[in-house]
Design a protein around this ligand. Structure first.
Ligand code: MN
Length: 302
């Protein structure tokens, strides 16, 4: 007896993007004396620079209380070349100065997007008033790689305040677009390659449907609360979830009130040569970066 029916799976399942792994925060380390961070990219083997491209570094400063101080804590003058540094402040305030003449202070919910490109010197400290009062500090520093053709372009700086971000109402939550777009709304960041960065706020039990190109490398950080992916995979607070590149659509649901940082970007399929603060395509370019830095070509910053 031959059945007349052939079972066809629903298309919604065929296009679903699934979770690859959920990573706990590693033991924290201090960057300078102001940034207590857990590294996710690239120190986990499954979160290498190539696998996560264009996201080549992610340090997460989970919520940490700094007591009042007279002296601002932070990181002194250091160089970067070949990529962008993106700082997202969730708690506390960060001040920034660079050798291209840009400076600024970002507070809760603000983002500082610095394109180091051909090279800058910069320093990052807790802002003066925050230093004096002390308080909870929580932030993300992300490095976004540049394609070879843009690595030696002119440095630039985007201060992206929380109020400038497009917020999409989800009913029992909201989706704030830092970069890229969601359901036709666009975020303020200007990027060199296609990148999506969202803050997704969900009330307990609320869901958001996310639709991204299936080849874009995609991951999420549980900044506040815990959430599930596709109503199945639990992501506890301060954990980092990596998605497979096997579909376009997935859902996130708040197990409690949750804040999720979502990163998704088109991979840059080029060789990566990385050494300390320089990320280029070849070893020769790394040596050139050191030579240029020592020759003072990155400018001057006190
Ligand atoms: Mn830096």
């Amino acid at each position: 007896m031959v059945s007349l029916f052939t079972f066809v799976p629903e298309r919604i399942n065929m296009s679903q993007r699934t979770t690859e792994a959920v990573f706990p925060p590693q033991n924290p380390h201090f960057v300078g004396d102001g940034f207590r961070v857990h590294n996710f990219i690239p120190s986990y083997r499954h979160l290498s620079m190539q696998r996560m491209s264009p996201f080549i570094m992610l340090d997460y400063g989970s919520k940490f209380h700094f007591p009042p101080s007279d002296k601002p804590r932070g990181v002194g003058v250091h160089p970067h070349r070949g990529f962008e540094t993106v700082t997202i402040a969730y708690k506390g305030r960060v001040a920034h100065h660079d050798s291209a003449g840009n400076s600024g202070v970002i507070g809760e919910g603000d983002v500082q997007w610095m394109t180091a490109a051909s090279g800058v010197l910069h320093k990052e400290y807790h802002e003066e008033t925050f230093t004096k009062t002390g308080g909870d500090f929580q932030m993300v520093q992300l490095w976004v790689n540049l394609p070879a053709k843009d690595k030696m372009s002119k440095p630039k700086y985007q201060e992206i305040t929380k109020s400038s971000m497009k917020v999409v109402d989800l009913g029992e939550g909201s989706l704030e677009i830092i970069a890229g777009e969601y359901k036709g709304e666009k975020g303020p960041a200007s990027t060199f390659t296609p990148v999506y960065i969202y803050n997704i706020r969900l009330k307990k039990g609320a869901s958001a449907e996310i639709n991204l190109p299936s080849d874009f490398n995609t991951a999420m950080l549980a900044v506040e609360g815990q959430f599930t992916i596709n109503n199945a995979d639990a992501v506890p607070t301060d954990h980092f979830a990596l998605m497979r590149n096997d579909g376009e659509t997935f859902t996130v649901t708040g197990v409690e009130d949750a804040l999720i940082l979502l990163l998704s970007g088109q991979p840059i399929h080029e060789p990566i040569a990385a050494h300390g603060p320089f990320v280029m395509n070849t070893r020769e370019e790394i040596i050139e970066a050191f030579t240029d830095f020592e020759a003072g070509k990155f400018g001057h910053l006190d």
